[in-house]
Design a protein. Structure first.
Length: 148
């Protein structure tokens, strides 16, 4: 099954913005998929992103979920705009382990100013996905303030 892709222009705009994020670079996260209203971010397991028991740290899990939702919303925003998180809530359902975790942000409702996204994070081990976190997020479209 082939997943829908965002236009090359939107993909380039999202990728360029993502690459300017110091935290995502520091964590070692990367965008795995960009579709209209949907973005996947992958974070490989390494000691620097784990907690004392070897699971992914909740902060790392939450950070990639926040960015996945933000960029999902950003795919639907006008070209001359920017995205900021207004609020988000995440429920950690199980310890996040595996080769990597994958955050999926999906737009639930896109408005002129506010957009609501669903957040899911999966632990992935040998290709098997397990839901480890879920949440919801509200984002604001800041018009006439392009990303730099």
């Amino acid at each position: 099954m082939q997943q829908e892709q965002a236009s090359p222009e939107v993909q380039a705009r999202v990728q360029a913005s993502f690459e300017r994020q110091g935290l995502m670079g520091h964590l070692g996260a990367r965008i795995a998929h960009i579709a209209p209203g949907r973005v996947h971010i992958v974070l490989p397991c390494r000691p620097e992103v784990t907690q004392q028991n070897g699971y992914f740290h909740a902060g790392a899990t939450s950070a990639i979920a926040d960015s996945a939702g933000g960029y999902a919303a950003f795919t639907l925003f006008p070209e001359n705009s920017s995205v900021l998180t207004v609020e988000y809530k995440i429920n950690l359902l199980a310890p996040a382990g595996g080769d990597h975790i994958e955050a999926v942000g999906a737009v639930v409702k896109s408005g002129r100013t506010l957009t609501v996204c669903q957040l899911e994070v999966f632990g992935v081990q040998s290709g098997q996905r397990s839901l480890v976190a879920t949440g919801q997020q509200t984002l604001i479209c800041v018009n006439a303030r392009p990303e730099e």
